[in-house]
Design a protein around this ligand. Structure first.
Ligand SMILES: Cc1cc2nc3c(=O)[nH]c(=O)nc-3n(C[C@H](O)[C@H](O)[C@H](O)COP(=O)(O)O)c2cc1C
Ligand SMILES: C=C(O[C@@H]1CC(C(=O)O)=C[C@@H](OP(=O)(O)O)[C@H]1O)C(=O)O
Length: 391
Protein backbone atom coordinates (compact mmCIF):
# COMPACT_ATOMS: atom_id res chain seq x y z
CA UNK A 1 0.00 0.00 0.00
CA UNK A 2 1.33 3.46 -0.87
CA UNK A 3 0.02 7.01 -1.07
CA UNK A 4 0.77 10.46 -2.37
CA UNK A 5 -0.62 13.77 -1.17
CA UNK A 6 -0.99 17.09 -2.97
CA UNK A 7 -2.38 20.49 -2.11
CA UNK A 8 -1.46 23.85 -0.61
CA UNK A 9 -2.55 25.36 2.69
CA UNK A 10 -4.63 28.09 0.99
CA UNK A 11 -5.26 26.30 -2.29
CA UNK A 12 -8.68 24.91 -3.17
CA UNK A 13 -8.20 21.45 -1.69
CA UNK A 14 -5.95 18.71 -0.39
CA UNK A 15 -5.85 15.39 -2.22
CA UNK A 16 -4.51 11.91 -1.55
CA UNK A 17 -4.41 8.81 -3.71
CA UNK A 18 -3.99 5.51 -1.87
CA UNK A 19 -3.06 2.44 -3.87
CA UNK A 20 -3.16 -1.14 -2.62
CA UNK A 21 -6.23 -1.15 -0.36
CA UNK A 22 -7.95 -4.57 -0.61
CA UNK A 23 -11.46 -4.87 -2.04
CA UNK A 24 -14.57 -5.37 0.14
CA UNK A 25 -13.38 -3.16 2.98
CA UNK A 26 -16.35 -1.22 4.41
CA UNK A 27 -15.49 2.49 4.09
CA UNK A 28 -17.57 5.66 4.32
CA UNK A 29 -16.73 9.36 4.43
CA UNK A 30 -17.97 9.38 8.04
CA UNK A 31 -15.27 6.87 9.04
CA UNK A 32 -12.71 9.46 7.92
CA UNK A 33 -14.53 12.63 9.04
CA UNK A 34 -14.53 11.41 12.62
CA UNK A 35 -10.71 11.47 12.62
CA UNK A 36 -10.48 14.79 10.76
CA UNK A 37 -12.59 16.37 13.51
CA UNK A 38 -10.32 14.87 16.19
CA UNK A 39 -7.28 16.51 14.53
CA UNK A 40 -8.92 19.93 14.49
CA UNK A 41 -9.48 20.10 18.23
CA UNK A 42 -7.01 21.09 20.92
CA UNK A 43 -6.26 24.01 23.19
CA UNK A 44 -3.69 26.35 21.60
CA UNK A 45 -4.86 26.25 17.99
CA UNK A 46 -5.07 29.52 16.05
CA UNK A 47 -7.86 31.19 14.10
CA UNK A 48 -7.49 29.03 11.00
CA UNK A 49 -9.16 26.14 12.79
CA UNK A 50 -12.26 28.28 13.32
CA UNK A 51 -12.49 28.78 9.56
CA UNK A 52 -12.10 25.14 8.56
CA UNK A 53 -14.52 22.23 9.10
CA UNK A 54 -12.63 19.38 7.50
CA UNK A 55 -14.81 16.88 5.62
CA UNK A 56 -13.62 14.31 3.10
CA UNK A 57 -14.99 13.52 -0.35
CA UNK A 58 -14.19 10.04 -1.63
CA UNK A 59 -13.97 10.36 -5.40
CA UNK A 60 -12.66 6.95 -6.46
CA UNK A 61 -12.10 3.37 -5.32
CA UNK A 62 -15.26 3.03 -3.19
CA UNK A 63 -18.74 1.95 -4.35
CA UNK A 64 -21.80 1.55 -2.14
CA UNK A 65 -19.76 1.73 1.06
CA UNK A 66 -17.11 -0.82 0.06
CA UNK A 67 -13.67 -0.54 -1.50
CA UNK A 68 -13.29 -2.02 -4.99
CA UNK A 69 -9.52 -2.61 -4.95
CA UNK A 70 -8.95 0.39 -7.25
CA UNK A 71 -6.93 3.45 -6.10
CA UNK A 72 -8.86 5.50 -3.54
CA UNK A 73 -8.90 9.27 -3.98
CA UNK A 74 -9.64 11.46 -0.97
CA UNK A 75 -10.33 15.19 -1.20
CA UNK A 76 -10.63 17.73 1.63
CA UNK A 77 -11.58 21.28 0.68
CA UNK A 78 -9.94 24.35 2.24
CA UNK A 79 -12.73 26.74 3.18
CA UNK A 80 -10.11 29.50 3.48
CA UNK A 81 -9.58 29.19 -0.29
CA UNK A 82 -12.44 31.64 -0.91
CA UNK A 83 -10.23 34.40 0.62
CA UNK A 84 -7.15 33.37 -1.37
CA UNK A 85 -8.38 32.62 -4.89
CA UNK A 86 -6.56 35.57 -6.45
CA UNK A 87 -3.32 35.07 -4.53
CA UNK A 88 -3.24 31.29 -4.86
CA UNK A 89 -4.96 30.72 -8.20
CA UNK A 90 -3.22 28.92 -11.09
CA UNK A 91 -3.95 31.60 -13.73
CA UNK A 92 -1.17 33.99 -14.82
CA UNK A 93 -1.21 37.50 -13.28
CA UNK A 94 0.37 40.72 -14.56
CA UNK A 95 3.22 42.38 -12.65
CA UNK A 96 0.83 45.19 -11.77
CA UNK A 97 -1.71 42.76 -10.32
CA UNK A 98 1.03 41.04 -8.35
CA UNK A 99 2.13 44.39 -6.88
CA UNK A 100 -1.44 45.30 -5.97
CA UNK A 101 -1.80 42.08 -4.02
CA UNK A 102 1.20 43.09 -1.90
CA UNK A 103 1.43 39.58 -0.53
CA UNK A 104 4.95 38.64 -1.61
CA UNK A 105 6.81 37.10 1.31
CA UNK A 106 10.51 37.96 1.56
CA UNK A 107 10.97 37.52 5.30
CA UNK A 108 11.82 33.94 6.33
CA UNK A 109 10.72 32.66 9.74
CA UNK A 110 13.42 30.95 11.81
CA UNK A 111 12.46 27.31 12.25
CA UNK A 112 10.13 27.09 9.23
CA UNK A 113 10.92 25.84 5.70
CA UNK A 114 10.82 29.36 4.18
CA UNK A 115 14.49 30.17 3.54
CA UNK A 116 15.82 26.73 2.60
CA UNK A 117 12.88 26.07 0.28
CA UNK A 118 13.22 29.50 -1.35
CA UNK A 119 16.94 29.02 -2.06
CA UNK A 120 16.43 25.47 -3.28
CA UNK A 121 13.48 26.17 -5.62
CA UNK A 122 14.55 29.73 -6.53
CA UNK A 123 11.47 31.52 -5.22
CA UNK A 124 11.70 35.21 -4.35
CA UNK A 125 8.14 34.87 -3.01
CA UNK A 126 8.38 32.44 -0.12
CA UNK A 127 4.65 31.80 -0.27
CA UNK A 128 5.58 29.18 -2.87
CA UNK A 129 7.35 27.31 -0.09
CA UNK A 130 5.22 27.90 2.98
CA UNK A 131 2.00 26.88 1.27
CA UNK A 132 3.23 23.33 0.86
CA UNK A 133 5.42 23.10 3.96
CA UNK A 134 2.39 24.07 6.08
CA UNK A 135 1.07 21.40 8.42
CA UNK A 136 -2.28 21.86 6.69
CA UNK A 137 -1.03 18.80 4.78
CA UNK A 138 -1.42 16.71 7.93
CA UNK A 139 -5.20 16.91 7.36
CA UNK A 140 -5.00 14.66 4.33
CA UNK A 141 -2.43 12.41 5.99
CA UNK A 142 -4.95 11.82 8.78
CA UNK A 143 -7.56 10.96 6.13
CA UNK A 144 -5.16 8.35 4.69
CA UNK A 145 -4.44 7.02 8.18
CA UNK A 146 -8.17 6.71 8.84
CA UNK A 147 -8.44 4.29 5.89
CA UNK A 148 -5.47 2.38 7.32
CA UNK A 149 -7.28 2.20 10.68
CA UNK A 150 -10.32 0.66 8.95
CA UNK A 151 -8.04 -2.07 7.57
CA UNK A 152 -6.48 -2.69 10.99
CA UNK A 153 -9.90 -2.74 12.70
CA UNK A 154 -11.04 -5.62 10.43
CA UNK A 155 -8.40 -7.71 12.19
CA UNK A 156 -9.06 -6.48 15.73
CA UNK A 157 -6.08 -4.09 15.78
CA UNK A 158 -6.74 -0.83 17.62
CA UNK A 159 -4.61 2.29 17.86
CA UNK A 160 -4.69 5.53 19.83
CA UNK A 161 -2.52 8.60 20.25
CA UNK A 162 -2.34 10.95 23.21
CA UNK A 163 -0.27 13.76 24.69
CA UNK A 164 2.41 12.82 27.21
CA UNK A 165 4.03 16.16 27.72
CA UNK A 166 3.55 19.85 26.88
CA UNK A 167 6.21 22.44 27.69
CA UNK A 168 7.80 20.17 30.32
CA UNK A 169 4.53 19.23 32.10
CA UNK A 170 4.37 15.41 32.08
CA UNK A 171 1.00 13.66 32.04
CA UNK A 172 2.12 10.44 33.78
CA UNK A 173 5.23 8.27 34.22
CA UNK A 174 6.38 7.49 30.71
CA UNK A 175 7.03 3.77 31.23
CA UNK A 176 3.43 2.74 32.04
CA UNK A 177 1.61 2.68 28.69
CA UNK A 178 -2.18 2.84 28.81
CA UNK A 179 -4.40 0.63 26.58
CA UNK A 180 -5.95 1.99 23.38
CA UNK A 181 -9.55 1.80 24.64
CA UNK A 182 -8.62 3.68 27.77
CA UNK A 183 -6.73 6.31 25.81
CA UNK A 184 -9.57 6.89 23.35
CA UNK A 185 -12.21 7.10 26.07
CA UNK A 186 -10.30 9.45 28.33
CA UNK A 187 -8.65 11.79 25.82
CA UNK A 188 -11.58 12.57 23.51
CA UNK A 189 -12.97 15.05 26.03
CA UNK A 190 -9.59 16.46 27.06
CA UNK A 191 -8.73 19.85 25.47
CA UNK A 192 -5.08 18.78 25.38
CA UNK A 193 -5.74 15.06 24.66
CA UNK A 194 -3.98 13.92 27.81
CA UNK A 195 -4.85 11.21 30.34
CA UNK A 196 -4.07 13.07 33.53
CA UNK A 197 -6.56 15.82 34.55
CA UNK A 198 -4.04 17.48 36.88
CA UNK A 199 -1.42 17.76 34.16
CA UNK A 200 -4.14 18.83 31.70
CA UNK A 201 -4.92 21.97 33.69
CA UNK A 202 -1.24 22.87 33.99
CA UNK A 203 -0.68 22.28 30.27
CA UNK A 204 -3.58 24.56 29.37
CA UNK A 205 -2.25 27.29 31.65
CA UNK A 206 1.18 26.97 30.07
CA UNK A 207 -0.28 27.23 26.56
CA UNK A 208 -2.23 30.35 27.58
CA UNK A 209 0.89 31.86 29.06
CA UNK A 210 2.94 31.13 25.93
CA UNK A 211 0.23 32.69 23.80
CA UNK A 212 0.09 35.78 26.01
CA UNK A 213 3.86 36.15 25.69
CA UNK A 214 3.72 35.81 21.91
CA UNK A 215 5.59 32.52 22.23
CA UNK A 216 4.90 28.85 21.43
CA UNK A 217 5.51 25.47 23.11
CA UNK A 218 6.09 21.89 22.00
CA UNK A 219 5.78 18.52 23.66
CA UNK A 220 5.78 14.74 23.42
CA UNK A 221 3.04 12.49 22.02
CA UNK A 222 2.62 8.73 22.35
CA UNK A 223 0.88 6.22 20.10
CA UNK A 224 -0.14 2.75 21.26
CA UNK A 225 -1.35 -0.06 18.93
CA UNK A 226 -2.80 -3.32 20.27
CA UNK A 227 -3.76 -6.67 18.76
CA UNK A 228 -0.87 -6.95 16.29
CA UNK A 229 0.47 -10.30 15.17
CA UNK A 230 4.17 -11.09 15.68
CA UNK A 231 6.39 -10.80 12.58
CA UNK A 232 5.23 -7.62 10.78
CA UNK A 233 8.29 -6.04 9.18
CA UNK A 234 11.52 -7.99 8.75
CA UNK A 235 15.02 -8.35 10.16
CA UNK A 236 16.53 -9.30 6.78
CA UNK A 237 17.12 -5.89 5.23
CA UNK A 238 17.48 -2.32 6.57
CA UNK A 239 14.61 -0.90 4.55
CA UNK A 240 12.19 -3.63 5.62
CA UNK A 241 12.53 -2.99 9.37
CA UNK A 242 9.13 -1.77 10.50
CA UNK A 243 10.34 0.22 13.51
CA UNK A 244 12.58 2.15 11.09
CA UNK A 245 9.70 2.80 8.69
CA UNK A 246 7.57 4.08 11.56
CA UNK A 247 10.41 6.32 12.77
CA UNK A 248 10.69 7.87 9.30
CA UNK A 249 6.99 8.43 9.07
CA UNK A 250 6.76 10.05 12.51
CA UNK A 251 9.81 12.25 11.83
CA UNK A 252 8.13 13.43 8.63
CA UNK A 253 5.33 15.09 10.58
CA UNK A 254 5.85 18.87 10.58
CA UNK A 255 7.90 20.03 13.58
CA UNK A 256 8.70 16.49 14.83
CA UNK A 257 12.32 16.26 15.91
CA UNK A 258 12.70 12.79 17.46
CA UNK A 259 11.14 9.35 17.83
CA UNK A 260 11.38 6.70 20.54
CA UNK A 261 10.21 3.09 20.47
CA UNK A 262 9.25 1.66 23.87
CA UNK A 263 11.44 3.13 26.60
CA UNK A 264 13.60 4.62 23.83
CA UNK A 265 16.50 6.77 25.06
CA UNK A 266 15.93 5.53 28.61
CA UNK A 267 17.45 2.20 27.47
CA UNK A 268 20.86 3.90 27.40
CA UNK A 269 20.68 4.40 31.15
CA UNK A 270 19.60 0.88 32.21
CA UNK A 271 21.29 -2.54 32.30
CA UNK A 272 20.11 -5.18 29.80
CA UNK A 273 18.26 -7.09 32.52
CA UNK A 274 16.00 -4.05 32.97
CA UNK A 275 15.49 -3.41 29.27
CA UNK A 276 14.81 -6.73 27.53
CA UNK A 277 11.41 -8.39 27.93
CA UNK A 278 11.31 -12.00 29.15
CA UNK A 279 9.57 -14.50 26.84
CA UNK A 280 6.59 -16.50 28.19
CA UNK A 281 4.20 -19.07 26.67
CA UNK A 282 0.51 -19.75 27.19
CA UNK A 283 -1.39 -22.33 25.06
CA UNK A 284 -4.29 -19.91 24.40
CA UNK A 285 -2.23 -16.80 23.88
CA UNK A 286 0.91 -18.29 22.34
CA UNK A 287 4.22 -16.53 23.02
CA UNK A 288 4.19 -13.21 24.82
CA UNK A 289 6.55 -10.95 26.76
CA UNK A 290 6.34 -10.49 30.51
CA UNK A 291 6.99 -6.76 30.08
CA UNK A 292 6.92 -4.45 27.04
CA UNK A 293 9.86 -2.14 27.54
CA UNK A 294 10.95 -2.54 23.92
CA UNK A 295 7.61 -1.20 22.73
CA UNK A 296 6.52 -4.19 20.65
CA UNK A 297 9.63 -4.48 18.43
CA UNK A 298 12.57 -6.87 18.25
CA UNK A 299 14.72 -7.16 15.10
CA UNK A 300 12.62 -4.70 13.12
CA UNK A 301 9.55 -6.96 13.57
CA UNK A 302 6.50 -6.75 15.78
CA UNK A 303 6.57 -9.08 18.78
CA UNK A 304 2.78 -9.23 19.15
CA UNK A 305 2.97 -6.98 22.22
CA UNK A 306 1.53 -3.46 21.95
CA UNK A 307 3.50 -1.12 19.72
CA UNK A 308 4.45 1.98 21.71
CA UNK A 309 5.95 4.94 19.83
CA UNK A 310 6.69 8.44 21.07
CA UNK A 311 7.40 11.54 19.02
CA UNK A 312 8.73 14.92 20.12
CA UNK A 313 7.36 18.11 18.60
CA UNK A 314 9.33 21.33 18.76
CA UNK A 315 7.51 24.61 19.51
CA UNK A 316 5.69 26.18 16.54
CA UNK A 317 8.12 28.42 14.59
CA UNK A 318 5.75 31.30 13.75
CA UNK A 319 5.89 33.59 16.79
CA UNK A 320 3.78 36.67 17.56
CA UNK A 321 6.90 37.98 19.32
CA UNK A 322 9.25 37.03 16.48
CA UNK A 323 12.93 36.14 16.49
CA UNK A 324 15.38 38.07 14.33
CA UNK A 325 15.72 37.21 10.69
CA UNK A 326 16.92 38.78 7.42
CA UNK A 327 14.78 40.13 4.57
CA UNK A 328 15.99 38.44 1.37
CA UNK A 329 15.32 41.56 -0.75
CA UNK A 330 17.03 44.20 1.44
CA UNK A 331 19.36 41.82 3.31
CA UNK A 332 18.43 43.92 6.35
CA UNK A 333 17.55 42.40 9.70
CA UNK A 334 13.89 42.58 10.73
CA UNK A 335 11.55 41.21 13.37
CA UNK A 336 8.32 40.48 11.53
CA UNK A 337 4.83 40.72 12.89
CA UNK A 338 2.58 37.86 11.77
CA UNK A 339 -1.07 37.47 10.93
CA UNK A 340 -1.97 34.29 12.76
CA UNK A 341 -0.52 31.02 14.05
CA UNK A 342 -1.08 28.18 16.46
CA UNK A 343 0.68 28.64 19.80
CA UNK A 344 0.63 24.90 20.52
CA UNK A 345 -0.44 22.10 18.18
CA UNK A 346 0.78 19.12 20.23
CA UNK A 347 -2.80 17.78 20.85
CA UNK A 348 -3.50 17.85 17.09
CA UNK A 349 -0.10 16.32 16.43
CA UNK A 350 -0.96 13.34 18.65
CA UNK A 351 -3.79 12.55 16.22
CA UNK A 352 -1.50 13.04 13.22
CA UNK A 353 1.10 10.74 14.79
CA UNK A 354 -1.56 8.09 15.45
CA UNK A 355 -2.41 8.12 11.76
CA UNK A 356 1.20 8.11 10.56
CA UNK A 357 1.80 4.96 12.62
CA UNK A 358 -1.55 3.47 11.46
CA UNK A 359 -0.51 3.72 7.83
CA UNK A 360 2.84 1.99 8.37
CA UNK A 361 1.25 -0.81 10.41
CA UNK A 362 -1.51 -1.40 7.86
CA UNK A 363 0.97 -1.34 4.96
CA UNK A 364 3.19 -3.90 6.73
CA UNK A 365 0.11 -5.99 7.55
CA UNK A 366 -0.97 -6.16 3.90
CA UNK A 367 2.59 -6.84 2.78
CA UNK A 368 2.59 -9.93 5.01
CA UNK A 369 -0.95 -11.22 4.38
CA UNK A 370 -1.72 -10.06 0.81
CA UNK A 371 -3.85 -7.18 -0.40
CA UNK A 372 -6.37 -8.30 -3.03
CA UNK A 373 -9.54 -8.90 -1.01
CA UNK A 374 -10.31 -8.59 2.70
CA UNK A 375 -11.52 -12.23 2.61
CA UNK A 376 -8.19 -13.53 1.29
CA UNK A 377 -6.26 -11.44 3.80
CA UNK A 378 -8.42 -12.87 6.61
CA UNK A 379 -7.71 -16.46 5.59
CA UNK A 380 -3.97 -15.82 5.49
CA UNK A 381 -4.09 -13.97 8.81
CA UNK A 382 -6.09 -16.67 10.64
CA UNK A 383 -3.81 -19.45 9.40
CA UNK A 384 -0.69 -17.53 10.43
CA UNK A 385 -2.07 -16.71 13.89
CA UNK A 386 -2.83 -20.40 14.47
CA UNK A 387 0.69 -21.33 13.39
CA UNK A 388 2.20 -18.66 15.67
CA UNK A 389 0.13 -19.90 18.67
CA UNK A 390 1.30 -23.49 18.26
CA UNK A 391 4.85 -22.75 17.13
C1 LIG B 1 -0.78 20.11 13.59
C2 LIG B 1 0.33 21.09 13.33
C3 LIG B 1 0.05 22.44 13.27
C4 LIG B 1 1.07 23.37 13.04
N1 LIG B 1 0.76 24.70 13.02
C5 LIG B 1 1.74 25.60 12.79
C6 LIG B 1 1.45 27.01 12.78
O1 LIG B 1 0.32 27.46 12.99
N2 LIG B 1 2.47 27.85 12.54
C7 LIG B 1 3.75 27.42 12.29
O2 LIG B 1 4.64 28.20 12.07
N3 LIG B 1 4.04 26.10 12.29
C8 LIG B 1 3.08 25.19 12.53
N4 LIG B 1 3.41 23.85 12.55
C9 LIG B 1 4.81 23.43 12.35
C10 LIG B 1 5.38 23.71 10.97
O3 LIG B 1 4.52 23.21 9.96
C11 LIG B 1 6.79 23.12 10.83
O4 LIG B 1 7.59 23.56 11.88
C12 LIG B 1 7.39 23.53 9.48
O5 LIG B 1 6.74 22.83 8.44
C13 LIG B 1 8.90 23.28 9.37
O6 LIG B 1 9.22 21.92 9.42
P1 LIG B 1 10.13 21.30 10.59
O7 LIG B 1 9.71 21.98 11.85
O8 LIG B 1 9.78 19.84 10.60
O9 LIG B 1 11.56 21.56 10.28
C14 LIG B 1 2.40 22.91 12.83
C15 LIG B 1 2.67 21.53 12.88
C16 LIG B 1 1.66 20.62 13.13
C17 LIG B 1 1.98 19.15 13.20
C1 LIG C 1 -4.15 24.84 8.55
C2 LIG C 1 -3.65 24.08 9.48
O1 LIG C 1 -2.51 24.34 10.19
C3 LIG C 1 -1.72 25.41 9.78
C4 LIG C 1 -0.29 24.97 9.87
C5 LIG C 1 0.63 26.08 9.66
C6 LIG C 1 2.04 25.75 9.40
O2 LIG C 1 2.81 26.67 9.11
O3 LIG C 1 2.40 24.57 9.48
C7 LIG C 1 0.22 27.40 9.76
C8 LIG C 1 -1.18 27.79 10.02
O4 LIG C 1 -1.83 28.07 8.80
P1 LIG C 1 -2.49 29.50 8.49
O5 LIG C 1 -1.33 30.37 8.15
O6 LIG C 1 -3.39 29.27 7.32
O7 LIG C 1 -3.21 29.91 9.71
C9 LIG C 1 -1.94 26.62 10.65
O8 LIG C 1 -3.29 26.95 10.77
C10 LIG C 1 -4.27 22.80 9.85
O9 LIG C 1 -3.73 22.15 10.77
O10 LIG C 1 -5.28 22.42 9.24
Amino acid sequence: MRFLTAGESHGPELTAIIEGVPSHLPLTAEDINHHLARRQKGHGRGRRMQIETDRVRITSGVRHGKTTGAPITLVVENKDWTHWQKIMGPDPVTEQEEKEMKRTISRPRPGHADLNGAIKYDHRDMRNVLERSSARETTIRVAVGAVAQKILAEFGITIAGHVLEIGGIVSRPIDVPAGTEDILKRTETSPVRCLDPEAEKKMMDLIDEAKKNGDSIGGVVEVVAEGLPPGLGSHVHYDRKLDAKIARSVMSINAFKGVEVGIGFEAARKPGSEVHDEIMYDPDRGYYRKTNRLGGFEGGMTTGMPVVVKGVMKPIPTLYKPLNSVDIETKEPFAASIERSDSCAVPAASVVCEHAVSFELAAAFLEKFGSDTVGDVKKAFDAYMEKARQF
